[in-house]
Design a protein around this ligand. Structure first.
Ligand SMILES: [Mg+2]
Length: 405
Protein backbone atom coordinates (compact mmCIF):
# COMPACT_ATOMS: atom_id res chain seq x y z
CA UNK A 1 0.00 0.00 0.00
CA UNK A 2 1.31 3.44 -0.93
CA UNK A 3 0.85 5.97 1.84
CA UNK A 4 -0.51 9.43 1.04
CA UNK A 5 2.04 12.18 0.34
CA UNK A 6 2.83 14.52 3.26
CA UNK A 7 0.23 17.23 3.65
CA UNK A 8 2.73 19.92 2.82
CA UNK A 9 2.59 22.36 -0.05
CA UNK A 10 -0.40 21.78 -2.26
CA UNK A 11 -2.03 18.86 -0.42
CA UNK A 12 -5.71 19.16 0.47
CA UNK A 13 -6.45 19.44 4.18
CA UNK A 14 -9.53 19.86 6.34
CA UNK A 15 -9.58 22.05 9.42
CA UNK A 16 -12.05 20.60 11.91
CA UNK A 17 -12.93 22.92 14.80
CA UNK A 18 -15.03 21.90 17.80
CA UNK A 19 -16.24 24.27 20.50
CA UNK A 20 -18.40 23.63 23.55
CA UNK A 21 -18.63 22.42 27.15
CA UNK A 22 -15.62 20.31 27.97
CA UNK A 23 -15.89 16.82 29.42
CA UNK A 24 -13.71 13.72 29.34
CA UNK A 25 -13.85 11.76 26.11
CA UNK A 26 -14.49 14.53 23.58
CA UNK A 27 -11.07 14.37 21.96
CA UNK A 28 -11.33 10.58 21.77
CA UNK A 29 -14.84 10.91 20.30
CA UNK A 30 -13.78 13.31 17.56
CA UNK A 31 -10.82 11.23 16.49
CA UNK A 32 -12.81 7.98 16.59
CA UNK A 33 -15.26 9.69 14.22
CA UNK A 34 -12.44 10.82 11.95
CA UNK A 35 -10.75 7.40 12.10
CA UNK A 36 -13.59 5.92 10.05
CA UNK A 37 -12.35 8.10 7.18
CA UNK A 38 -8.72 6.98 7.48
CA UNK A 39 -7.46 10.57 7.62
CA UNK A 40 -3.91 11.52 8.57
CA UNK A 41 -3.47 13.98 11.46
CA UNK A 42 -1.40 17.00 10.42
CA UNK A 43 -1.85 19.16 13.53
CA UNK A 44 -3.89 19.34 16.74
CA UNK A 45 -4.42 22.32 19.02
CA UNK A 46 -6.65 22.20 22.07
CA UNK A 47 -7.36 24.68 24.85
CA UNK A 48 -9.89 24.70 27.64
CA UNK A 49 -10.97 28.06 28.99
CA UNK A 50 -13.43 28.19 31.90
CA UNK A 51 -14.70 24.73 31.08
CA UNK A 52 -15.13 25.36 27.35
CA UNK A 53 -13.06 23.35 24.93
CA UNK A 54 -11.73 24.63 21.62
CA UNK A 55 -10.30 21.71 19.70
CA UNK A 56 -8.83 22.18 16.24
CA UNK A 57 -7.70 19.23 14.16
CA UNK A 58 -6.01 19.67 10.81
CA UNK A 59 -6.35 16.44 8.86
CA UNK A 60 -5.70 15.11 5.38
CA UNK A 61 -8.45 14.01 3.01
CA UNK A 62 -10.24 10.67 3.45
CA UNK A 63 -7.74 7.89 2.81
CA UNK A 64 -7.89 4.40 1.28
CA UNK A 65 -10.63 2.29 2.83
CA UNK A 66 -12.50 5.37 4.13
CA UNK A 67 -16.18 5.12 5.03
CA UNK A 68 -16.88 7.78 2.41
CA UNK A 69 -15.61 10.99 0.80
CA UNK A 70 -15.27 14.50 2.17
CA UNK A 71 -19.04 15.08 2.05
CA UNK A 72 -19.71 12.04 4.24
CA UNK A 73 -16.90 13.05 6.60
CA UNK A 74 -18.46 16.49 7.07
CA UNK A 75 -21.93 15.04 7.66
CA UNK A 76 -20.61 12.44 10.14
CA UNK A 77 -18.59 14.97 12.16
CA UNK A 78 -21.52 17.40 12.30
CA UNK A 79 -23.87 14.62 13.44
CA UNK A 80 -21.42 13.55 16.14
CA UNK A 81 -20.97 17.17 17.33
CA UNK A 82 -24.72 17.73 17.44
CA UNK A 83 -25.19 14.59 19.53
CA UNK A 84 -22.54 15.95 21.93
CA UNK A 85 -24.15 19.43 21.94
CA UNK A 86 -20.97 20.95 20.48
CA UNK A 87 -20.47 23.47 17.72
CA UNK A 88 -18.45 22.20 14.77
CA UNK A 89 -16.94 23.96 11.81
CA UNK A 90 -15.09 22.24 8.97
CA UNK A 91 -13.05 24.33 6.57
CA UNK A 92 -11.41 22.91 3.42
CA UNK A 93 -8.05 24.25 2.42
CA UNK A 94 -4.57 23.51 1.23
CA UNK A 95 -1.48 22.47 3.17
CA UNK A 96 -0.25 22.88 6.71
CA UNK A 97 0.13 25.99 8.91
CA UNK A 98 2.49 28.44 7.24
CA UNK A 99 5.83 28.06 9.01
CA UNK A 100 6.46 30.71 11.67
CA UNK A 101 8.45 33.74 10.64
CA UNK A 102 12.05 34.14 11.75
CA UNK A 103 12.77 36.27 14.81
CA UNK A 104 10.93 34.36 17.50
CA UNK A 105 10.33 35.75 20.95
CA UNK A 106 8.33 35.17 24.07
CA UNK A 107 6.61 38.26 25.39
CA UNK A 108 5.51 37.91 29.00
CA UNK A 109 3.03 40.48 30.28
CA UNK A 110 2.54 40.77 34.03
CA UNK A 111 -0.50 42.59 35.32
CA UNK A 112 -2.12 43.02 38.68
CA UNK A 113 -4.78 43.15 37.34
CA UNK A 114 -4.08 42.64 33.65
CA UNK A 115 -6.43 44.98 31.82
CA UNK A 116 -7.92 44.73 28.34
CA UNK A 117 -6.46 48.16 27.62
CA UNK A 118 -2.91 46.99 28.32
CA UNK A 119 -3.45 43.77 26.37
CA UNK A 120 -4.72 45.78 23.40
CA UNK A 121 -1.77 48.16 23.59
CA UNK A 122 0.82 45.36 23.70
CA UNK A 123 -0.85 43.43 20.86
CA UNK A 124 -1.17 46.59 18.74
CA UNK A 125 2.50 47.44 19.26
CA UNK A 126 3.53 43.91 18.23
CA UNK A 127 1.44 44.22 15.07
CA UNK A 128 2.78 47.72 14.32
CA UNK A 129 6.38 46.47 14.19
CA UNK A 130 5.46 43.57 11.91
CA UNK A 131 5.29 40.85 14.54
CA UNK A 132 2.75 38.07 14.43
CA UNK A 133 1.22 36.59 17.58
CA UNK A 134 1.30 32.83 16.98
CA UNK A 135 0.02 31.70 20.35
CA UNK A 136 -1.03 33.09 23.72
CA UNK A 137 -1.31 31.24 27.00
CA UNK A 138 -1.59 32.07 30.66
CA UNK A 139 1.36 31.30 32.94
CA UNK A 140 -0.07 32.43 36.25
CA UNK A 141 -3.20 33.88 37.78
CA UNK A 142 -1.84 34.56 41.26
CA UNK A 143 -0.39 36.71 42.77
CA UNK A 144 -0.16 38.40 39.39
CA UNK A 145 -1.75 37.54 36.07
CA UNK A 146 1.00 36.49 33.68
CA UNK A 147 0.33 35.75 30.03
CA UNK A 148 2.82 34.78 27.36
CA UNK A 149 2.61 35.76 23.70
CA UNK A 150 4.68 33.73 21.25
CA UNK A 151 5.66 36.22 18.58
CA UNK A 152 7.45 35.73 15.28
CA UNK A 153 8.52 37.89 12.38
CA UNK A 154 10.47 40.59 14.21
CA UNK A 155 13.96 40.42 15.77
CA UNK A 156 13.83 40.05 19.57
CA UNK A 157 15.95 43.16 20.24
CA UNK A 158 13.73 45.32 18.05
CA UNK A 159 10.55 43.98 19.63
CA UNK A 160 12.03 44.55 23.09
CA UNK A 161 12.86 48.18 22.31
CA UNK A 162 9.35 48.91 21.06
CA UNK A 163 7.56 47.08 23.86
CA UNK A 164 9.76 48.72 26.51
CA UNK A 165 8.26 52.06 25.44
CA UNK A 166 4.76 50.67 25.75
CA UNK A 167 5.57 49.17 29.16
CA UNK A 168 6.99 52.43 30.47
CA UNK A 169 4.03 54.44 29.17
CA UNK A 170 1.51 52.10 30.81
CA UNK A 171 3.40 51.07 33.96
CA UNK A 172 3.08 47.40 33.11
CA UNK A 173 5.76 44.71 33.03
CA UNK A 174 6.50 43.43 29.56
CA UNK A 175 9.47 41.09 29.21
CA UNK A 176 10.76 40.08 25.79
CA UNK A 177 12.99 37.02 25.67
CA UNK A 178 14.36 35.21 22.62
CA UNK A 179 12.95 31.73 22.00
CA UNK A 180 15.23 28.80 22.42
CA UNK A 181 16.28 25.98 24.66
CA UNK A 182 18.41 28.29 26.82
CA UNK A 183 15.29 30.07 28.02
CA UNK A 184 13.51 27.15 29.58
CA UNK A 185 16.62 25.62 31.03
CA UNK A 186 19.05 28.22 32.30
CA UNK A 187 21.97 26.59 34.03
CA UNK A 188 23.01 29.34 36.43
CA UNK A 189 21.02 32.14 38.08
CA UNK A 190 22.91 34.83 39.98
CA UNK A 191 21.11 37.34 42.16
CA UNK A 192 21.95 40.56 43.84
CA UNK A 193 21.06 40.47 47.54
CA UNK A 194 20.01 43.88 48.93
CA UNK A 195 16.54 44.85 47.63
CA UNK A 196 16.57 41.79 45.34
CA UNK A 197 16.86 38.50 47.25
CA UNK A 198 16.01 40.33 50.45
CA UNK A 199 13.78 43.34 51.03
CA UNK A 200 16.39 45.19 53.06
CA UNK A 201 19.62 47.06 52.47
CA UNK A 202 21.90 45.28 54.93
CA UNK A 203 24.12 48.27 55.60
CA UNK A 204 21.05 50.23 56.68
CA UNK A 205 20.24 47.51 59.22
CA UNK A 206 23.77 47.87 60.61
CA UNK A 207 23.42 51.64 60.52
CA UNK A 208 20.23 51.48 62.59
CA UNK A 209 22.25 49.76 65.33
CA UNK A 210 25.02 52.35 65.02
CA UNK A 211 22.57 55.26 65.06
CA UNK A 212 23.75 56.59 61.69
CA UNK A 213 20.78 55.40 59.65
CA UNK A 214 20.00 58.65 57.87
CA UNK A 215 23.54 59.42 56.80
CA UNK A 216 24.04 55.89 55.45
CA UNK A 217 20.69 55.87 53.62
CA UNK A 218 21.63 59.11 51.87
CA UNK A 219 24.92 57.68 50.64
CA UNK A 220 23.25 54.38 49.58
CA UNK A 221 20.56 56.17 47.59
CA UNK A 222 23.09 58.33 45.77
CA UNK A 223 25.25 55.31 44.95
CA UNK A 224 22.29 53.28 43.67
CA UNK A 225 21.25 56.17 41.45
CA UNK A 226 24.69 55.98 39.92
CA UNK A 227 25.69 59.39 41.26
CA UNK A 228 28.48 58.06 43.46
CA UNK A 229 31.27 55.60 42.82
CA UNK A 230 30.21 52.41 44.57
CA UNK A 231 33.58 51.65 46.18
CA UNK A 232 33.93 55.13 47.67
CA UNK A 233 30.39 55.04 48.98
CA UNK A 234 30.94 51.57 50.44
CA UNK A 235 34.03 52.73 52.33
CA UNK A 236 32.25 55.89 53.49
CA UNK A 237 29.26 53.95 54.80
CA UNK A 238 31.27 51.17 56.46
CA UNK A 239 33.46 53.78 58.18
CA UNK A 240 30.32 55.03 59.95
CA UNK A 241 29.99 51.58 61.57
CA UNK A 242 33.40 51.69 63.28
CA UNK A 243 33.24 50.62 66.93
CA UNK A 244 29.97 48.67 66.59
CA UNK A 245 29.93 45.50 68.71
CA UNK A 246 30.20 42.29 66.68
CA UNK A 247 27.07 40.90 68.39
CA UNK A 248 25.17 43.20 66.00
CA UNK A 249 26.04 40.80 63.16
CA UNK A 250 23.71 38.12 64.54
CA UNK A 251 20.99 40.70 65.18
CA UNK A 252 21.18 41.93 61.61
CA UNK A 253 21.08 38.37 60.24
CA UNK A 254 17.87 37.80 62.17
CA UNK A 255 16.35 41.04 60.87
CA UNK A 256 16.85 40.28 57.18
CA UNK A 257 13.53 39.66 55.36
CA UNK A 258 13.50 37.55 52.21
CA UNK A 259 11.64 39.00 49.23
CA UNK A 260 8.28 37.27 48.67
CA UNK A 261 8.74 34.44 46.18
CA UNK A 262 12.49 34.07 46.91
CA UNK A 263 12.19 30.57 48.35
CA UNK A 264 9.85 29.46 45.55
CA UNK A 265 12.23 30.79 42.91
CA UNK A 266 15.29 29.08 44.39
CA UNK A 267 13.51 25.80 45.15
CA UNK A 268 12.10 25.62 41.60
CA UNK A 269 15.42 26.51 39.95
CA UNK A 270 17.15 23.80 41.95
CA UNK A 271 14.51 21.28 40.89
CA UNK A 272 15.31 22.21 37.30
CA UNK A 273 18.93 21.34 38.00
CA UNK A 274 19.97 24.96 37.90
CA UNK A 275 22.86 26.34 39.97
CA UNK A 276 21.99 29.44 42.01
CA UNK A 277 24.29 32.07 43.46
CA UNK A 278 24.34 35.52 45.01
CA UNK A 279 26.74 38.41 44.60
CA UNK A 280 26.46 41.33 46.91
CA UNK A 281 28.03 44.68 47.54
CA UNK A 282 26.92 43.92 51.11
CA UNK A 283 28.64 41.60 53.54
CA UNK A 284 29.65 37.93 53.76
CA UNK A 285 28.55 38.05 57.40
CA UNK A 286 24.98 38.04 56.01
CA UNK A 287 25.33 36.35 52.59
CA UNK A 288 27.05 33.26 54.02
CA UNK A 289 24.02 32.75 56.26
CA UNK A 290 21.68 33.12 53.29
CA UNK A 291 23.79 30.70 51.25
CA UNK A 292 23.53 28.06 53.97
CA UNK A 293 19.85 28.64 54.74
CA UNK A 294 18.76 28.60 51.09
CA UNK A 295 21.17 25.97 49.80
CA UNK A 296 22.83 28.33 47.34
CA UNK A 297 25.75 27.09 45.25
CA UNK A 298 27.69 30.35 45.21
CA UNK A 299 27.91 33.46 47.37
CA UNK A 300 30.30 36.39 47.24
CA UNK A 301 30.28 39.72 49.06
CA UNK A 302 32.51 42.12 50.97
CA UNK A 303 33.67 41.18 54.45
CA UNK A 304 33.36 43.54 57.39
CA UNK A 305 36.61 43.61 59.32
CA UNK A 306 36.16 42.72 62.98
CA UNK A 307 38.96 43.18 65.54
CA UNK A 308 38.71 42.70 69.30
CA UNK A 309 34.98 42.09 69.06
CA UNK A 310 34.30 45.40 67.28
CA UNK A 311 33.71 46.42 63.66
CA UNK A 312 36.73 48.39 62.50
CA UNK A 313 34.84 50.43 59.90
CA UNK A 314 36.79 48.73 57.10
CA UNK A 315 36.17 45.88 54.68
CA UNK A 316 38.78 43.24 53.90
CA UNK A 317 39.72 41.75 50.55
CA UNK A 318 38.81 42.79 47.05
CA UNK A 319 35.70 44.99 46.97
CA UNK A 320 32.66 43.54 45.19
CA UNK A 321 31.64 46.51 43.07
CA UNK A 322 29.91 46.94 39.70
CA UNK A 323 32.63 45.32 37.54
CA UNK A 324 33.29 42.88 40.40
CA UNK A 325 29.75 41.54 40.22
CA UNK A 326 30.08 40.85 36.49
CA UNK A 327 33.45 39.21 37.12
CA UNK A 328 31.89 36.97 39.76
CA UNK A 329 29.06 35.99 37.40
CA UNK A 330 31.69 34.89 34.86
CA UNK A 331 33.67 33.09 37.55
CA UNK A 332 30.59 31.21 38.88
CA UNK A 333 29.67 30.31 35.29
CA UNK A 334 33.12 28.94 34.58
CA UNK A 335 33.18 27.00 37.88
CA UNK A 336 29.78 25.54 37.01
CA UNK A 337 30.85 24.86 33.41
CA UNK A 338 27.97 26.95 32.06
CA UNK A 339 28.22 29.28 29.04
CA UNK A 340 27.23 32.88 29.78
CA UNK A 341 24.39 32.56 27.28
CA UNK A 342 22.73 30.16 29.72
CA UNK A 343 22.97 32.44 32.73
CA UNK A 344 20.34 34.71 34.25
CA UNK A 345 21.26 37.67 36.45
CA UNK A 346 18.78 39.53 38.64
CA UNK A 347 19.40 42.85 40.34
CA UNK A 348 17.99 46.26 41.17
CA UNK A 349 20.87 48.71 41.41
CA UNK A 350 23.29 50.57 39.17
CA UNK A 351 26.08 48.32 40.42
CA UNK A 352 24.22 45.32 38.98
CA UNK A 353 24.22 46.67 35.42
CA UNK A 354 27.47 45.06 34.21
CA UNK A 355 26.32 41.72 35.58
CA UNK A 356 22.84 42.09 34.03
CA UNK A 357 24.37 42.87 30.66
CA UNK A 358 26.95 40.07 30.85
CA UNK A 359 24.29 37.42 31.54
CA UNK A 360 22.29 35.63 28.86
CA UNK A 361 19.22 37.24 30.42
CA UNK A 362 19.46 40.25 32.71
CA UNK A 363 16.39 40.99 34.81
CA UNK A 364 15.99 44.39 36.48
CA UNK A 365 13.95 43.64 39.60
CA UNK A 366 11.94 46.56 40.96
CA UNK A 367 14.89 48.58 39.79
CA UNK A 368 15.70 52.24 39.60
CA UNK A 369 14.67 53.75 36.21
CA UNK A 370 18.31 53.93 35.05
CA UNK A 371 18.74 50.18 35.60
CA UNK A 372 15.35 49.28 34.17
CA UNK A 373 16.14 51.16 30.98
CA UNK A 374 19.47 49.40 30.50
CA UNK A 375 18.49 45.80 31.33
CA UNK A 376 17.19 43.14 28.93
CA UNK A 377 13.98 42.92 30.84
CA UNK A 378 12.28 44.30 33.93
CA UNK A 379 9.96 43.01 36.62
CA UNK A 380 8.22 45.63 38.75
CA UNK A 381 5.93 43.49 40.85
CA UNK A 382 7.32 42.64 44.30
CA UNK A 383 7.45 38.86 43.82
CA UNK A 384 10.78 37.26 42.96
CA UNK A 385 9.20 34.05 41.64
CA UNK A 386 7.74 36.01 38.69
CA UNK A 387 11.21 35.54 37.17
CA UNK A 388 10.13 31.92 36.57
CA UNK A 389 7.43 33.18 34.22
CA UNK A 390 10.07 34.91 32.12
CA UNK A 391 11.59 31.45 31.70
CA UNK A 392 8.21 30.09 30.53
CA UNK A 393 7.58 28.10 33.70
CA UNK A 394 3.95 28.21 34.79
CA UNK A 395 2.66 28.66 38.31
CA UNK A 396 0.78 25.38 37.87
CA UNK A 397 4.05 23.56 37.21
CA UNK A 398 5.64 25.17 40.28
CA UNK A 399 2.70 24.18 42.50
CA UNK A 400 2.57 20.65 41.09
CA UNK A 401 6.27 20.19 41.87
CA UNK A 402 5.72 21.51 45.41
CA UNK A 403 2.76 19.17 45.96
CA UNK A 404 4.81 16.19 44.81
CA UNK A 405 7.37 16.67 47.56
MG1 LIG B 1 20.49 45.70 45.36
Amino acid sequence: MISAPPAGEGARTLLVKIFGKDRPGLTAGLFETLAAFAVRVVDIEQVVTRGRITLCALVGPPGPGAAGGEGELRATVHAWAEAQRLQAEIISGIGDNPSRGSGRSHVTVLGNPLTAEVTAAVAARIAAVGGNIDRINRLAKYPVTAVEFNVSGVPTEELRTHLAKEAAARSVDVAVVASGLARRAPRLVVMDVDSTLIQDEVIELFAAHAGCEERVAEITAAAMRGELDFTQSLHARVALLAGLDESVVDKVRAEVRLTPGARTLIRTLKRLGCRVGVVSGGFTQVTDGLRDALGLDFAAANTLEIEGGKLTGRVTGEVVDRPGKARLLRSFASQAGVPLSRTVAIGDGANDLDMLNAAGLGVAFNAKPLVRAAAHTAVNVPFLDTVLYLLGITREEVEAADAQD
